[in-house]
Write a protein of this length. Structure first.
Length: 141
């Protein structure tokens, strides 16, 4: 359940997808509780994170557990009240799923952010190996 109580956990139609669905839910829950250690426990050592913004077509890329952890820590520090609410989780294949959410938070300059976004996640051997994030480019207010 999200902090706002409005999270729909999504559903999976196969037993193979239930493990991935659990990972998708735990991933969003870790972000919402700002549990960096719990979040990183879901990721493989050789994980890749493609951020929403950056100078590459895929966004800024972070490779390996240390760099991905640092990028996630920066996100959490930049918006201490950030929440990824209204989570909807979808298993597309046993190793590939998507989580949709609405990010809300306060930036360091006091402006608010409220944007829809999603994470495409690929797993291998029960760990996230690729996180590709997308979000709307709404101007903070």
């Amino acid at each position: 359940m999200s902090a706002t109580g409005d999270e729909d956990r999504g559903q999976s139609t196969t037993a193979a997808g239930s493990e991935l669905l659990g990972i998708l839910i735990r991933h969003t829950d870790a972000w919402n509780s700002h549990d960096l250690e719990g979040l990183m426990s879901l990721f493989a050592d050789d994980c890749v994170f493609d951020a929403s913004g950056g100078d590459r077509v895929t966004g800024k890329r972070f490779e390996g557990h240390v760099d991905v952890r640092s990028a996630f820590a920066d996100v959490l520090e930049s918006m201490p009240d950030a929440q990824w609410g209204g989570g909807r989780h979808h298993v597309l294949t046993p190793d590939y799923g998507v989580s949709e959410w609405t990010l809300t938070g306060t930036l360091s300059d006091g402006r608010r952010l409220e944007v829809d976004g999603c994470d495409f996640l690929r797993v291998s051997e029960g760990k996230i190996v690729l996180k590709s994030s997308f979000r709307k480019q709404r101007t903070p207010f």
